[in-house]
Design a protein around this ligand. Sequence first.
Ligand SMILES: [Fe+2]
Length: 289
Amino acid sequence: MDGFPNTKYRTIETRRIAGSLGAVVSGVNLAEPLTDDVLAEIRLALLENLVIFFRNQDMTPERLLRFARHWGDIHLHPYMAGMPDHPEVLELAKKAGDKRNFGGDWHTDQMFAPRPAMGTMLWAKQVPDAGGDTLFSNQYLAYEALSDGMKRLISGIRGMCVGDRKKGGATRAAVNAATISMKTIEPPPDMPKVSPHPLVRTHPETGRKSLYIGGHVHYLEAMTEEESAPLIQYLYQHSQRPEFTCRFRWEPGSLAFWDNRCTMHFAINDYPPDTRVMHRVTIRGDEPF
Ligand SMILES: [Fe+2]
């Protein structure tokens, strides 16, 4: 049982799965076209809960894309190849021999891009019997829990974001190619190596401020890596505190939809040598401010 139902919705039902964020939405069949009333309530549920989950959804790439397009244009991944017939859909497949998984650190999607993804939809095609859960963290709460002094200190500072922080700006593709059985592609020529984003961003729909410190932040603008490291490390650790998080247990047919503008997530790699296959769509976002 996933918490208590929220009775203010008329067409859907939501049950929170943790104190800080996350709710399971029921009463919706995403395989069918949705009415404007239902879509409006799903939009509200996402803004209220930051990440929403749907169980037992019979999705295909076409159905996933139809649902995603209600939120905007699809954001193509610059480094990873989409499915052959559906380039907008990324199949995240972790197989028996793969040592590393995709998304196995705290991050928010495509923060290395000038316009990071607004939201991500992930649908579970095949999951291990146990393991492979995803953690999410509420970055409104992470920001609000900082002292006034720290809030003042970091306001106006921009984090310089790269594809893979550990490789100092190398693309994820090169790293992934060796460790994950997924196809990579060359990024578009206009893809910058580094994208600056504010450490504190304002959500364009709710107006609330959140901490924006995913694993892609390599250093702080106008500072050296050495000068930046202690502050980045502090904020990064702070942003993952257990009281800001929830943990989702996948089943085949589960679909998660999260708001990258105010959350981080972490795909737990605790299921070797099992196979886990997910279909992912990301929705184009705005330039963070
Ligand atoms: Fe991710």
